[in-house]
Design a protein around this ligand. Sequence first.
Ligand SMILES: Cc1ncc(COP(=O)(O)O)c(C=O)c1O
Length: 360
Amino acid sequence: MAGKMPGLPEHGGRAFEVARRLGLPAARILDFSANINPLGPPPGLKRVVIRALSEIGNYPEPHAEPLRAALADHHAVEPSRVLVGNGSTALFYLLCRALRPRRAVVFEPAFSEYARALTAAGARISRVVTHRGRLFCPDRPRIDQALKSEPDLIFVARPVSPGGALPDGAVLAELIKRAAPAVVVLDEAFLDFTPQKSWAGQKDKNLIVTRSLTKFFALTGLRLGYLVGPSKLVARLNALDEPWSVNHLAQKAGLYCLDQAEYAARTRRTVDRLRLRLAAGIEALPGAQVYPATANYLLTRVDEPGPTVPKLAARLEAEGILIRDCANFRGVGPNHFRVAVRREAENRRLVAAMRKRWID
Ligand SMILES: Cc1ncc(COP(=O)(O)O)c(C=O)c1O
């Protein structure tokens, strides 16, 4: 299985599980291992969801048609180019199931569900490992390497994860152009935290942009994502999309979130400020080196005299603080962890706890 290491969980975001083990309420867990907007959901969202609860005796819109139309409007594309899903992860699986790639490329390190979805669909995967010196972003030599394997499908993220840097736009554009007719899936799950505009409106016939609302709008437990691609490809996905895969509350929440321009701008300003401060706090720890990043998470490499990451993660977990050990991300290298940018006081608590646990 993709990047699986014995003893290491596949994903961050295990707050419920750890709370159960420690006998604490989940609200007492400080989860830096999942990258969620520190402002929480937009103001007014809970009211919208509670109102929608009175309607859950009905089936939801089978393919989220009103939300699909609103998303199409948002990106200035036809609704036939949009498909809504139960989080972007569900869409990766749908994509692989519908397009049935024989050979695929994943630029690593990457979100492990790309490879799992490809494997489930029977694809052979070429893993192209990006360079630390390039902040784990694809460059021209790696594009050459990727295309040599003659893939039908390519997964790439913007910004990359867990590194957090934005790949060069010209390099990505070249990848999309040269890869055709292979389909390029561009994962913009964290793009809204950066100042960059989405590529969802682009007209390339082989580009599918996937977007997540679970991170930027803090709808993690509600689940909501969508993709934008050429109508012909989206029609193929639509044919396999199960009805009612997106629940009524998530659909209503999505419609509400699309109108939250002020909250979006405030999120970007706040996260920028918090990220810089958190990076400075971590970097002050002996042996810690934080990679430059653009979104709401930071990757850190720890060298001597710092601790080993498993030891640090275990010590923090025992006091209810979760960080992401990156040992099962391919190509990251030893002794790296990723943390989300949370609120100021929480970030300070993390740095203080790390300082205490840093050296025996
Ligand atoms: C890079 C990346 N893309 C996509 C996802 C999936 O997000 P969701 O399924 O919540 O939309 C994640 C989740 O951690 C991620 O890290």
